[in-house]
Structure formats: C-alpha cells, structure tokens
Design a binder for this molecule. Sequence first.
Ligand SMILES: CSC[C@H]1O[C@H](OP(=O)(O)O)[C@H](O)[C@@H]1O
Length: 354
Amino acid sequence: MTAHLTPIRWCDDDSLELLDQRWLPSRRETLRIDTAEAAAEAITAMVVRGAPAIGITAAYGVVLAARQATGPEWPARLDAAMTRLGASRPTAINLFWALERMRAVITAHRHADAPPVERLLETARDIQRQDLADCLAMGAYGAELLAREAPKAVMTHCNTGALATGGHGTALGVIRTAWDRGLITHVHANETRPWLQGARLTAWELAEERIPVTLAVDSAASLLLAQGKIGWLIVGADRVTANGDVANKIGTFALAVQARHFGVKVMVVAPTSTFDASLASGDDIPIETRESRELTHQGERVVAPDGIDIYNPVFDVTPAGLIDVIVSEKGVIESPDRNSLAAWLDASDPGGFA
Ligand SMILES: CSC[C@H]1O[C@H](OP(=O)(O)O)[C@H](O)[C@@H]1O
C-alpha cells in the first residue's frame, strides 16, 4: 500500500531520511541527511519533489539547522538556513509557506539563549501530519464530484501521490479515493517528460495498489481525450494565484486546452498551502527551468546533438478560465475564474488569502 507511504521520515537520531525518488521504480534507496544545506540540495536535485513534500522537507531542514545553531548568533544562522532552503526551487509556494510557518516559531523565541528546537520539530511534524489530513479531505471532496456521473476513466499528469505529499496525494489522492468508492474505471497516466514523474512514480504508485493504469507518451493525451472515454483531467498544482490561475507541471496548460476542446472537465487538487494571494495572476509565478541534461540524456545515453540549444521549463501556467473546479481541503470552488478564492481562506492562513 503506497497511499500512506511518505518519502520523508524524521529519525530518532535527529536526522532526516528521504526516499530518493530519482531511482524509482527500479530501486528504493533512501538518503539520510543532517544539515539544512543537504536538505536544500536534495530538493534541488529532486531526491524529494512535489509541492507539499518540498515544503515538509524544508521545514525539517530548519530543524536540522536549529539543532546545530548555538550561541547568541543562532537567529542569524537560522535565517541563513531559511534563505538557503528558499533558494532550492522557485515555483512551489508550499516551500515558502512552510518556511514562514517555521519563521513564526523562531520570531516568537528570537530573544531566547538557544533555538526552540523541540517547538520547531513539532511544527515540522504538524506540517507533515496536516498535509496527510488535507489530502484525505481533498480525496473525499474530489470523489464527491466524480460521484455525480457514471464511472469513467480519468487522466492525470506528473505525480501528485504519496510521494509528493504527506501521504495519499492531492490529485492522485482523489483518484485513490474515487477508485476505492467505485467511481472511476481506469487511470490514464502521462509519462511526463523529461523527468518522467508519471511513468516512474504515478504508474508505480497505482500499480502497487492494483489500480488499473495505462501509461502513454505525453503527446498521446490529445488522442485519448478525443476518444470520449475520459471524464476528468485531474491534476495537482505548485501555485494557485488570487485569480485562480494555476502553475503545474509542464504540459498541464496544453492538456487543459485539449480537455476544454473535447468537453473533458478539469479538476485541480491543491491544499491551501499551495495558494499564493500575493500574486494577482499566473503571469507573476516564477517558472523553474532545469538543466539541459534532462533533455539531452536518458541516463548515460545521449539523445540529442552535443551543444544544441535547450529550453527546459518544468512548469507552466493554466489560466483559471480553463479550470472547471479547484479542490482544496476547505472545499470545492467551481469556475475559479469567476468565483474569488479569497472566500475560502481565513486571515489566519499564512501566505493564504487574507
Ligand atoms: C502534489 S505535487 C504538486 C506538483 O509538483 C510536481 O512537480 P515536481 O515533480 O517538479 O516537484 C508536479 O507539478 C505536481 O503536480
């Protein structure tokens, strides 16, 4: 059962163990780290990835820094660690949301002789536990939408499962819950080039649980959507802006255009820790580009000419008008381009909508 698998485990020796997702599905290897620097490097290298999982890892990274910060300079050392963690990847707002949660604890204890290590650890654990609870709640909300129609196949993109969260998953969490309730018949997973989160991670999570899944190349998605057998495109998010625009894995925008063209509904599933009220629209979301080698090589095999110009953005932005519903742990918002997301969130939500 991978639903409650989590790629992140705080160990009794005060180190952090990460399931190294670079080697799945062929090898299940873990990486044990004990510094904030190593946590930042693991996020950048995609040892751990997925918006919520990135936030959880960064939170524990602050705890690792706190355990080693001594003397009156400890606040400055933790500030430096949070700056380093915040520079690990730019698009998923969950990273910055989690760091703000940790910063609030540090600020409250700033005049103490030593960092509040136990409070920081409890906050990181709470972020991890709460994400699992959020994913289970979103699974139920999303499944209720699917229950309104006869069971059909669904399509998903990238990996939004237990490997990307505190467990169960966001979009894949809706798919898991819907499958358990007999509300979907099949899952179509796009391989999601170039990092292959769909092929290597989503197909693996679903196959492990014997949820019927068919893997296809990304460019087969339009043919599948045209065939009328898919009821919903269900995806995650890395950042949702005030007007409902959504940053997600590269290819999501094209899939949403195709889905709208073929009458397939689009569901975005994201906890409110993925919402960024500070940005008016998706135009302002920083889009990560990654190294050329992700396109020019498949392992050690060279698949493109040496020295060729490479464009490798790993996210794109889907306008709110192409999204039928956004599902968060606080409920479902229909037609996000016309209905303000602000109504969902109370002012107590740091980084959320005030
Ligand atoms: C619930 S994961 C959200 C999001 O994160 C993934 O990106 P990456 O694998 O590069 O971290 C993908 O965009 C998922 O939809």
